[in-house]
Design a protein around this ligand. Structure first.
Ligand code: NAD
Length: 509
């Protein structure tokens, strides 16, 4: 396959709009970037890097809308999200097609991306039982104390390229349904599917100003962190950028939650179901071309399980690499030529550092029409050790690095010594081993014979150590806390017949 820099350009390249105060508007920016199909370098659209004035307008619209939206009854808010989930279902195929064109993942996986966000929208429609306060009756004579979970105001979200539908849907539905208004800054690399989702959100009844979308890169992210009228920031992306956002927005007095990078291990015990385990490993390591924050990127083979590597290589070799919209594709392209160059460079470095390259996915065979795409096929290294760059860095490509361990305890030590704590899985048929693992492993999401244990929205996504900053996760119960301020009310109603006289102590009478 040859790599070329030639980008086919459509006759008229559409311009991605901003959504400000209920209107899709053209940006006045002088700074525009191409949105490129990673399978063939076709320029799909141009995205603006919005100006500070445009961010100010979006925040002002959100602040204005908050005045009325915060008072909107629960039932009205819930019904908008009931309608929204229906519209997303009805438009699933179109949303997946847009997503595959700009992001590269296969069409079925693109539907999965939308679906995992849709689950959060469904959960938002249950807000009636989620945003409830507590009441203690008669905490002192005739006195009750109760809590209100009140919305914060304008909240903002900053999202990565790898789940361009799911991750924005982790954020704005729960923020808005709890009574806040929102400014979203999606990834500049694939901003198109979210604009279609924003159109559907307005069609579902989200009022003008309640949801706003601005585009851009570091400057607009920094302006969001600094903006005095934004109360909370949700970020999903790399550890480097997330750490910066956490500190900068916290410094400006905001609530911040940052879900960040990963190096997810699968620990394979020799008593595991061999066939199921290898199928799960291959799917989780190479699906979405390894560009999932919960991809399995490290396998720790314990004892005799180390002999399974040749079978794993055979399964990986059988996966088809091609454009995501081609039927039968298992592994699509990486997001950009820069990502491709980085992943290819890390593979070379792994070889140079002494790891064994069991399967080299560089320059795979793909259909002629996609010869210029950013493809790298499934790649497997064995004999990997901490300290090698392919182990220490998040590769974010279809590269699985395999380590060996003598025992479960050694495997647990390896995982817990890694700086990341996003996801982990154990494959075993021993309940006792799985139980010990779940107790001792210091990772946010734990799978037991489940390779990508992303929790459904009845729970919250979480993360340990380097993978997360901030206490509360996105979606689920935790995000109700994140997007609301708890107010306690202590109340007494005077009975005119009984007067208690003046009381100068702090005790409630
Ligand atoms: P990224 O950090 O490069 O970008 C995320 C967002 O930050 C984008 O909107 C981008 O425009 C903005 N940004 C980029 N550089 C910036 C800078 N210097 N200053 C301020 N803002 C900046 O991440 P990505 O490459 O889009 O996404 C992949 C990363 O996201 C991986 O590390 C992956 O593990 C992580 N991720 C984590 C989770 C999770 O839940 N933990 C989920 C998905 C992705």
């Amino acid at each position: 396959m040859t790599q070329t820099a030639v980008k086919p350009v459509a006759a008229v390249v559409p311009k991605v709009k901003l959504l400000i105060d209920g209107v899709f508007v053209d940006s006045q920016s002088n700074d525009w970037r191409d949105v490129i199909n990673p399978a063939n370098q076709e320029v799909l659209a141009q995205v603006p890097f919005a100006t500070t004035a445009e961010l100010d307008a979006a925040v002002a619209a959100a602040a204005g809308a908050f005045k009325t939206w915060r008072k909107t009854p629960i039932g009205t808010r819930a019904r908008i999200f009931l309608k929204y989930q229906q519209l997303i279902r009805e438009n699933m195929k179109e949303l997946a097609a847009i997503l595959t064109a700009e992001q590269g993942k296969t069409l079925p996986d693109a539907e999965g991306d939308v679906f995992r966000g849709l689950e959060v929208v469904e959960h938002a429609a249950n807000i009636g039982t989620l945003q409830m306060g507590e009441l203690a009756h008669n905490v002192a004579s005739g006195v009750d104390t109760y809590t209100l979970q009140q919305p914060l105001g304008v909240c903002a979200g900053i999202t990565p390229f790898n789940f361009p539908a799911m991750i924005p849907l982790w954020m704005f539905p729960m923020a808005i349904v709890t009574g806040n208004t929102f400014v979203l800054k999606p990834s500049e690399q694939d901003p198109m599917v979210i604009m279609r989702l924003a159109e559907l959100a307005l069609e579902a009844g989200i009022p003008a100003g309640v949801l706003n979308v601005v585009h851009g890169g570091p400057d607009i992210v920094n302006a969001i962190c600094d903006h005095p009228d934004i109360r909370a920031v949700s970020f999903v992306g790399s550890t480097r950028v997330g750490t910066h956002v956490y500190h900068r927005a916290s410094q400006a007095g905001k609530r911040v939650q940052c879900m960040m990078g990963a190096k997810n291990h699968a620990v394979v015990l020799p008593d595991a179901n061999r066939e199921q385990t290898l199928n799960n490993l291959a799917g989780a390591a190479f699906g979405a071309a390894g560009q999932r924050c919960m991809a399995i990127s490290v396998a720790v083979m314990v004892g005799e399980a180390g002999n399974w590597i040749p079978d794993l290589v055979e399964k990986a070799k059988a996966l088809r690499v091609d454009a995501g919209h081609e039927a039968g594709t298992d592994v699509g392209p990486l997001i950009s030529p820069a990502a491709l160059g980085r992943v290819e460079g890390l593979i070379e470095q792994g070889k140079n550092e002494g790891a064994t390259l069991e399967l080299d996915g560089r320059r795979p065979t793909v259909s002629d029409a996609y010869a210029s795409g950013n493809f790298v096929g499934p790649t497997i290294f064995s004999g990997v050790k901490p300290g090698m760059k392919i182990y220490d860095e998040e590769i974010f490509g279809p590269v699985l690095v395999v380590l060996s361990a003598e025992s479960l305890d050694e495997a647990i030590d390896i995982v817990n010594a890694n700086p990341n704590g996003n996801g982990v899985a154990i494959f075993t048929q021993s309940g006792a081993a799985a139980h010990r693992f779940q107790e001792e492993i210091d990772v946010g999401q734990v799978g037991i014979n489940v390779p990508i244990p992303v929790p459904v929205p009845l729970f919250s996504f979480t993360g340990s150590r380097g993978s997360k900053l901030g206490d509360l996760g996105p979606y689920g119960k935790q995000v109700i806390q994140f997007y609301t301020q708890t107010k306690t009310v202590t109340s007494r109603w005077f009975d005119d017949a009984a007067s208690s006289g003046v009381n100068t102590t702090i005790k409630l009478g």
